[in-house]
Design a binder for this molecule. Structure first.
Ligand code: GYE
Length: 622
């Protein structure tokens, strides 16, 4: 009689034999006493990059802590066709969850989406296109590129110079983002010229050969930025052969080990590198949570990258060592939280979530209302600093103007966690982590629903009710909405005004638009449900039928929005969860015991229409 254990064991033994033959790596095969409950497949892009070998090792080590988990690794050997076959093979073997680091984003996107229809999928390191996966974990490659650009500017100084960029696999998302970020910074400096680009597919020897060729053609080079440390090492070996020790070289990855970037910086081969956290440990941690059907699994985890030069290498290694030593939990944690205000149902639910989660976590919470004024929030944060709280958390009413007060918090040694809305500051080391939504994707979702709902080429006139001017959700939702509409010329935003996320202003502004445009209005896109509900009142009063004469689409997915959908007055609401309290308190607790936090934790969100609102309504918490 085959129980699940014996079946998996039987499969395991067959797989070990087959895998050995087919080049699969079977880590920690199950043994008799282990009840193997979960089979996890890891589809790795290649094992020629040391960074990927380290990723598999990190995953295997994390998996080894769970007796009931077995992991099967496959190696695509830098070949998308093989990776597609690997994924199909893993699915046939009956894996419960797939972790994939795609060789080529575009080619593997459909394969990931197909797997995601059957089992949870964690995309690691290289993103696929769209959102058809359970969780993405990886670095912010544009941020890494910008940081490399800033280091290049610093190193070349006022004299400037000629720079070579050595790229990884051409046109892959990390290469595009690192290059875009790098050029965004460097091209602002007239005295710096990008004199050449080498594509070396992340490989050391290819980088060495191509650097030799390029320098033979154009010796007037002052600096090289390589998208990873192996290629930076290849460039170093080339310049050394040519006796060009004057050329500065920076890389990315910052791994330990013989040829790792940390040693290359220590030995002076590289002038700098940027850590690119692997995420294997986090992938396994979240894989277990997903398999255990834990709530609150984010959609994206963006890992923090750190600049490493000779100046801070020792300090970095010391902090790295310390962060691996988990400290005992502090008995008392005092958190100062500065809230935007009380402008919407979403905000009230957000405040309640934070207060309840603090109480459940036995964290002492000092909670202040910003009344939608940045000055008030800054004053409250300064009070928290003066009072010497352990952690400051806040939801910034607008994106800009926080550098000074966050600098004061850093000087006071108080970590800052940003919740809900993002900020725009020069130095991202001024905050520890951000927990919130992807507002641009929310805007895209609203627009995708609209163009799918109104096919054809008839003119569609849209009124846009925007959130608070300068706030991240207003900026992001507008950006995402317009991005999708650019491919649909018949959709036109005929009027766009802020209504400050409130129902009262939403109604007032909509009435003004109705008196101006009347029946020419076909759609209202409101950046939140409160403004949409105000607009619905205005449309009713004006004598038209909201949801029929004028379609209404908004964001937040509050219970009131669900009711409006079920009464046919609202057509669509894109979810933006305010229930950030538990994740915020978990981040605070993790930080307090020394855990390294991601730079961003992006929440997972749905979209609701008359098709799914009724059955979902019973589960809504806000
Ligand atoms: O959409 C709105 C609130 O910052 C995402 O602010 C939040 C927004 C939300 O007033 O209702």
């Amino acid at each position: 009689m085959f129980t699940k254990t014996r079946l998996v064991l039987f499969i395991g033994l067959c797989l070990i034999a087959a895998a050995a033959f087919a080049g699969y790596d079977m880590s920690r095969a199950a043994t008799d006493e282990d009840e193997v409950t979960y089979l996890i497949g890891v589809s790795q892009a290649n094992l020629t990059e040391p960074w990927r070998v380290a990723m598999n090792e990190e995953i295997a080590m994390a998996a080894a802590k769970h007796k009931n988990i077995r992991v099967i690794f496959t190696d695509a050997a830098q070949n998308s066709q093989k990776q597609k076959k690997d994924v199909d093979e893993l699915l046939r073997e009956g894996i419960d969850l797939l972790i994939i680091s795609p060789h080529d984003a575009a080619e593997l996107t459909p394969v990931v989406a197909k797997a995601y229809k059957k089992i949870p999928v964690i995309v690691l390191d290289r993103a696929v296109e769209g959102y058809d996966y359970s969780l993405y974990i990886g670095p912010d490659n544009k941020l890494i590129g910008r940081a490399a650009g800033n280091l290049t500017v610093d190193m070349l100084g006022s004299k400037g110079g000629n720079v070579i960029e050595i790229q990884g696999l051409s046109d892959s998302p990390p290469v595009r983002d690192r290059s875009d970020g790098f050029r965004e910074v460097v091209e602002k400096h007239a005295n710096i010229k990008i004199a050449g680009r080498i594509v070396a597919d992340w490989q050391r020897d290819k980088a060495e050969d191509k650097t030799l060729e390029l320098l033979a053609r154009n010796p007037k080079i002052d600096m090289i930025f390589a998208h990873n440390d192996p290629m930076a090492l290849g460039a170093y070996r080339a310049v050394k052969k040519l006796g060009r020790s004057d050329i500065k070289i920076i890389g990315v990855d910052g791994l330990s080990g013989e040829d790792g970037g940390l040693k290359l910086v220590r030995d002076g081969a590289l002038q700098g590198t940027f850590t690119c956290p692997i995420g294997g440990k986090e992938a396994m941690q979240y894989a277990v949570d997903i398999l255990h059907q834990e709530k609150g699994i984010p959609k994206k985890i963006i890992l923090r990258s750190t600049k490493i030069t000779a100046d801070n290498l020792a300090e970095y290694l010391q902090q790295k060592q310390a962060s691996e030593e988990i400290r005992p939990e502090k008995k008392r944690i005092v958190v100062g939280f500065s809230q935007v205000g009380a402008e919407s149902v979403w905000r009230l639910a957000n405040s309640e979530s934070i207060k309840n989660a603090a109480s459940a976590a036995k964290i002492e919470l000092r909670f202040s209302e910003g009344n939608q004024h940045q000055d008030k929030q800054i004053a409250d944060i300064r009070t928290f600093i003066k009072d010497g709280v352990d952690v400051i958390a806040f939801s910034p009413v607008v994106e800009y103007g926080w550098d000074e007060v966050l600098g004061e918090a850093k000087a006071a040694g108080i970590p800052v966690i940003i919740s809900d809305r993002t900020i725009n500051i020069d130095d991202d080391r001024l905050y520890t982590t951000f927990i919130g939504a992807d507002f641009v994707e929310e805007g895209r979702k609203a627009a995708r629903w609209l163009v799918d709902t109104l096919p054809g080429n008839n003119p569609v006139n849209i009124i846009e009710l925007c959130g608070t001017n300068g706030s991240a959700p207003a900026i992001g939702r507008k950006m995402g909405f317009e991005e999708i509409l650019t491919a649909h010329a018949n959709f036109r935003i005929m009027g766009s005004e802020t209504a400050n996320f409130t129902r009262t202003e939403g109604k007032k502004t909509m009435l003004e638009f109705l008196h101006e445009f009347g029946k020419d209005i076909h759609v209202v896109f409101a950046h939140n449900d409160d403004m949409a509900l105000g607009a619905i009142e205005a449309i009713d009063e004006y004598g038209l039928r909201p949801g029929q004469d004028i379609l209404v689409v908004s964001v937040d997915a509050t219970k009131q929005a669900f009711s409006a959908i079920m009464s046919g007055k609202l057509n669509c609401t894109v979810e933006c969860t305010p229930l950030l309290g538990p994740e915020l308190m978990k981040a605070i607790k993790d930080y307090s015991i020394g855990k390294k936090l991601p730079i961003k934790i992006i929440t997972a969100e749905g979209i609701f229409t008359k098709k799914n609102a009724a059955q979902e309504y019973q589960w809504r918490k806000y």
